[in-house]
Design a protein around this ligand. Structure first.
Ligand code: FES
Ligand SMILES: [Fe+2]
Length: 374
């Protein structure tokens, strides 16, 4: 798992002023709420007094109050009130928890989990401009959780060859050969465009089967991923004026479980009454993928590439791995084995930007990072 990256923590609608929202990412706990000007705040969830979960507490204006002894923390994570010590108590600087930068985009609250200063943080990828064009694109959001490692799951999304075997409604086993085309590297990811034989109309069901041209021949598919945000955009164009875009992010809940937030956009069958059928088709595909990926071994991608046999049709998966390695080579990979070994006795948090300025005055330790081999 990687720090110094943007992760989606919640739907924007889930983060409100009067009730804290708790979630888990990268094996750590977080709490989110909105301050009095509507800004989303994200803090480490564990109170630095004696470990209670702040998400079970209450919001008090711009502060969050711990459910155990009422200590209050502001949006920067500083403790501003210890009721048992009285109004005039002086609160040491060390009584604080980590606070993380947030941004809202695509109807989600994104949180930067890491300690980079603002000037060094990458931008959240702009892979779904259609989000702002509701006249031409009908959007449906979805979310799913699976007992799979995030890397294994994202590799599945970038993999073209599996479609013909795992998804009976949009793949076709009659012509499984994948068009091998060079991957275009991007700053934080890669992009590819391919054509593949269109599945027969009989493979489709519902309203979609009625509007597809049976003689369309090929589906053109563009696929782009970014390691920033661990996200991708897949866009099949079925025929003139008929296309679907699926934009989704993977969020490691921990090393073994992954949450997906997605938005599907379509420019046909725009009537909201069609949403149910579209959503059912997304969730069917998600289940087909999850069933395969949950059974992959080893659970994490192997340490050495020679312990699997990748071929030229695995180009995007290869590109994804190289971007993950790039992040790890900067010292931004969590040492999962070490974290798991210590987690039951020690709170470990993702380091926030304030730790860069003052690395020592903290109650909780930062997660162990893998040292970089030189
Ligand atoms: S554990 Fe939070 S105030 Fe005591
Ligand atoms: Fe799939």
């Amino acid at each position: 798992m990687l720090i110094n990256n943007w992760y989606v923590a919640a739907l924007s609608s889930e983060v409100v002023a009067d009730k804290p929202f708790g979630t888990q990412m990268l094996g750590c706990d977080f709490v989110l709420f909105r301050d009095s000007v509507g800004q989303a705040v994200c803090l480490a969830n564990t109170c630095c007094h004696r470990g209670a979960a702040l998400c079970n507490g209450t919001t008090e204006g711009d502060h969050i109050a711990c459910p155990y002894h009422g200590w209050e923390f502001n949006a920067a994570g500083r403790c501003v009130k210890i009721p048992a010590l009285g109004e005039d108590a002086e609160i040491p600087k060390r009584v604080r928890i980590d606070s993380y930068p947030t941004q809202e985009k695509y109807g989600w609250v994104w949180v930067f989990l890491g300690d980079l200063p603002e000037s060094e943080r990458p931008a959240i990828p702009d892979l779904l401009p259609e989000f702002d064009d509701p006249e031409h694109w009908r959007l449906i959001p979805y979310r799913a959780e699976a007992n799979v490692n995030w890397q294994r799951f994202e590799e599945n999304s970038l993999d073209t060859a599996h479609i013909n075997f795992v998804h009976p409604t949009f793949g076709t086993r009659r012509s499984p050969k994948v068009m091998v085309v060079p991957i275009q590297p991007t700053e934080h990811g890669g992009r590819v465009e391919r054509r593949r034989p269109a599945p027969k109309v009989e493979q489709k069901t519902g309203e979609m089967a009625k509007v597809l041209n049976p003689d369309r021949g090929f589906t053109s598919v563009s696929l782009e991923f970014s390691l920033v945000g661990v996200c991708h955009r897949i866009q099949p164009v079925f025929q003139e004026g008929m296309s679907i875009i699926t934009f989704s992010v993977k969020v490691p809940i921990d090393a073994f479980r992954t949450r997906t937030f997605g938005v599907q956009a379509r420019n046909f069958l725009m009537d909201p009454a069609q949403d149910e059928e579209r959503l059912a088709s997304i969730m069917k595909a998600v289940k087909e993928d999850t069933d395969v990926v949950e059974a992959i071994r080893p659970v994490f991608p192997p340490a050495s590439a020679s312990e699997e046999f990748l071929t030229e049709t695995d180009g995007m998966e290869f590109q994804f791995r190289s971007k993950v390695r790039e992040w790890a080579s900067r010292g931004w990979e969590i040492d999962v084995e070490k974290m798991l070994a210590e987690q039951s006795r020690r709170i470990m948090v993702i380091p926030s930007p304030a730790r860069r300025e003052d690395p020592n005055n903290w109650v909780h330790k930062a997660v162990p990072l893998r040292s970089v081999q030189s």
